[in-house]
Design a protein around this ligand. Structure first.
Ligand code: CP3
Length: 366
């Protein structure tokens, strides 16, 4: 990567701003659509590019991240791109070893066991040094997108990252991480604050590198009850949005932020009052009730059950139509309620995107 493509300025002019307009609640000619994990193993070209290469090595190559980000856009008329990376690059930046074990998923060989283990983490993380490769991937991709659609940057939220750092990988109960919340609340807050500080700098670095929107993934929200969610998740989600927005405002910038707290039904009202422009929803919430409960204060994103993509294409079209009727076409970004799975048929993803565009155009023109 050299010259102009390494420079986070003079980016090509944006041709399709539908996603950004919808995030801000402005009028659009169709409902924008993208999919969580749109770059992924369901695409044969993704499997080919990734074959034989270590996952986090791939994450550290700006050229590879750029190529994987662009792949789904060559097939489908998505209205946004999301940078190919992973939420677990943040624990790595803090000094933890994380491996992606094929067939098992992310694995920390040496997870945090007790509060004393916090001493193993870097106290001050220089995001430019530790995560500069993500920033370079964003800058390169923003140039290579040629203004086709906006580029979304992202991070994991503090609680989700904390749970990985303590569990050492995926978990059904998250009981090791939750034990900390009940046995070591002070150390838990200390870790969550450390993560928050890194995340704020990381998101600001992504914007400086060229990210045009930001999504915060609280993928493990649902394992918390309402009280624990408020104390150990929401507080930090709010702090992140407030600090990122304040800093961007100082610089005269305005970048929409999306919060996706999976399975946090009980938190939807609170999340809509947390300084994010967009609340992302999983499929277990009814679109109409989500609208009622968020009172038109924010835009909404989601929420088709990813497994609905296993349905025949005509049925996908009907499900999309109902979803659009539920959410309405204003202040709405169509997406799945979580990521695509590796065994999904790319043609059905195409049918989903087409159905969103077709039905929403008809509804808006009426
Ligand atoms: O297209 C996109 O959405 C952008 C890329 C993206 C990836 N991971 C690429 C990836 C994003 C946004 C993520 C976020 C992420 N990573 C989350 C939050 C979103 C969510 O799913 O709730 C989480 C929890 C992770 C941690 C993680 N990374 C898991 C659980 C896995 C799956 C492991 C497995 O074996 O299936 C990963 C690996 C991963 N991250 C893949 C991709 C495309 C698949 C593995 C591969 O390419 O080899």
């Amino acid at each position: 990567m050299q010259g102009k493509e390494a420079d986070p300025k003079d980016f090509p002019q944006l041709k399709n701003d539908t996603f950004l307009r919808a995030a801000r609640g402005e009028e659009t000619q169709h409902v924008p659509v993208w999919c969580m994990r749109q770059a992924g193993r369901y695409l044969p070209e993704f499997r080919e590019s990734r074959a034989g290469k270590d996952f986090f090595e791939t994450c550290r190559s700006p050229e590879a991240c750029c190529e994987l980000t662009l792949q789904p856009l060559r097939r489908f008329s998505f209205d946004a791109a999301i940078i190919f990376s992973d939420i677990l690059v943040v624990p790595q930046a803090m000094g933890m070893d994380v491996q992606m074990v094929p067939g098992k998923g992310p694995t920390f060989p040496d997870p945090l066991k007790d509060p004393e283990d916090l001493q193993r983490l870097r106290v001050k993380v220089d995001v430019n040094t530790e995560l500069g490769y993500v920033f370079r991937a964003i800058t390169l991709t923003r140039h290579k997108l040629e203004g086709k659609v906006p580029l979304i940057g992202f991070t994991g939220a503090p609680w989700t990252l904390m749970s990985y750092m303590i569990e050492g990988g995926g978990s059904n109960t998250h009981s090791k991480a939750k034990r900390w919340l009940y046995q070591h609340p002070e150390a838990s807050h200390m870790l969550l604050r450390m993560l928050t500080d890194v995340i704020v700098e990381y998101l600001l670095g992504q914007v400086a590198a060229g990210a045009q929107a930001l999504q915060v993934f609280e993928s493990h929200a649902g394992i918390l009850g309402p009280a624990e969610f408020k104390e150990f998740s929401l507080l930090y989600l709010r702090d992140i949005a407030r600090r990122v927005k304040d800093k961007l405002k100082e610089d005269g910038q305005d970048v929409p932020m999306i919060v996706f707290a999976k399975d946090a039904h009980y938190g939807v009202e609170d999340l809509s009052q947390s300084h994010y422009e967009v609340v992302g929803l999983d499929w277990t919430i009814d679109p109409r009730s989500a609208r009622e409960r968020t009172g038109g204060k924010v835009s909404l994103q989601g929420n088709m059950d990813p497994c609905a993509l296993y349905a025949p294409k005509e049925r996908i079209s009907d499900i999309v139509h109902k979803m659009l009727e539920g959410f309405g076409t204003r202040g709405y970004i169509a997406n799945l309620g979580h990521g695509l799975y590796p065994d999904m048929d790319p043609e059905h993803v195409g049918a989903f995107v087409q159905a969103v565009h077709k039905h929403s155009k008809q509804m808006i023109e009426q």
